[in-house]
Write a protein that binds this ligand. Structure first.
Ligand code: SAM
Length: 339
């Protein structure tokens, strides 16, 4: 396991090539050449939160809000199934009109009809809700802690009135309930230092994450973070290269976890960004199955890239880069090891 100083050295070394090669080797040894595809369904852009970085924050009145209907969500899952996907990721803002029972009905229906693994990414919901969804058949949950630096976190992710936001607490509840647990951070948030990012990466190992999703912070002009000052010294850049360093370090710290090459990488550098992620430790892609009319409204940052199955033959593309499309559910080897 790398210690904090070794992580810091890798974050700041001039040429990261040795890090990338090392992470790619570990990826091959620990999780192989398979790349698992997850069908992403962005079901709602309603959100009760005021995250300073996010375009769908409650305070942004310049976007049109939507919430897909249950039949629409199930139709997306059906489409993913017809394309041989074995996992769907249901993601959205913290939308309280998506009640626990409503979501449980969706989970049960998708499970009964398709048998696919179901990943939820619904923000900080109550223990009773995540319990119900686990019972209904949800397998995995993604909740980035964004930054472990408490002061910075409070600035970018205000708590709800009377309820302190504690994503680490939710992550440990998810683990208790038997979910495959995924988390991660934003890279290059104004005010984020190398030191704090290195601590976050150490934390990935301490929590023993089953899935790790990281990506560069992409400024959105209609959010408060757009004008937040950078750290006076040691500011982490929000570049693809820095995000790839973090992907690589995540692979070294949690060798058996599932790590996606995220949409934000592709947004900044297209196919090349996606490929860079896969070349330095990632083993998952998340093509988007959200209907086009909603997809453009899920604007967490400007000009979000969309990896659509319809646009690219991913099976062929993966073969062309020496990788293979993974078959089956692609459960996290880290979670399987834990038993
Ligand atoms: N509401 C859920 C939550 O907060 O976990 C899921 C949806 S949220 C939009 C998913 C992720 O989008 C967040 O964890 C955050 O890291 C990322 N995100 C939001 N705004 C972003 C931005 N401006 N640049 C890069 N990533 C962003």
């Amino acid at each position: 396991m790398l210690n904090k100083q070794e992580i810091l050295d890798y974050l700041t070394v001039e040429d990261p090539q040795e890090l990338f090669s090392r992470a790619d080797k570990v990826r091959k040894e620990e999780v192989g050449d398979d790349v698992y595809l997850r069908g992403l369904i962005e079901f709602s852009n309603h959100c009760r939160r005021q995250c300073g970085y996010c375009g769908i924050r409650a305070g942004n009145h310049d976007i049109v809000r939507y919430r897909m209907t249950i039949p629409e969500i199930i139709a997306c899952a059906r489409e993913a199934k017809s394309k041989d996907y074995s996992t769907v990721v249901i993601q959205g803002g913290e939308d309280m009109a998506a009640t626990a029972d409503w979501m449980a009905e969706i989970i049960e229906s998708i499970k009964a009809e398709t048998g696919m693994a179901i990943t939820l990414s619904l923000g900080e919901r109550d223990l009773e809700e995540i319990k119900l969804w686990r019972k209904a058949g949800a397998d995995r949950y993604l909740l980035r802690f964004e930054t472990g630096n408490q002061k910075l976190y409070e600035t970018i992710h205000p708590s709800l009135p009377g309820k302190k936001s504690d994503r680490f607490e939710v992550l440990s509840q998810l683990r208790e309930l038997g979910y495959e647990v995924g988390s991660g951070v934003l890279i290059g948030i104004p005010g984020q230092t190398y030191d704090s990012l290195a601590e976050d990466i150490v934390r990935f190992g301490e929590i023993d994450l089953d899935m790790i999703g990281v990506g560069p912070y992409i400024p959105h002009p209609d959010t408060p973070l757009f004008t937040l000052p950078k750290a006076e010294s040691g500011q982490v850049p929000n570049s693809v290269e820095m995000a790839c360093r973090v992907v690589a370090l995540a692979r070294l710290v949690c060798p058996k976890s599932n790590i996606p090459s995220t949409t934000a990488l592709a947004t900044l550098e297209g196919v090349s960004g996606r490929l860079q992620g896969l070349s330095c430790g990632a083993n998952v892609l998340m093509p988007n199955f959200t209907p086009a009319k909603y997809r453009q409204l899920y604007e967490i940052y400007p000009a979000k890239a969309v990896l659509s199955e319809a646009q690219t033959d991913l099976t062929e593309w993966l073969e062309s880069i020496g990788r293979h499309r993974g078959k089956g559910r692609g459960d996290s080897p880290n979670r399987l090891l834990r038993g």
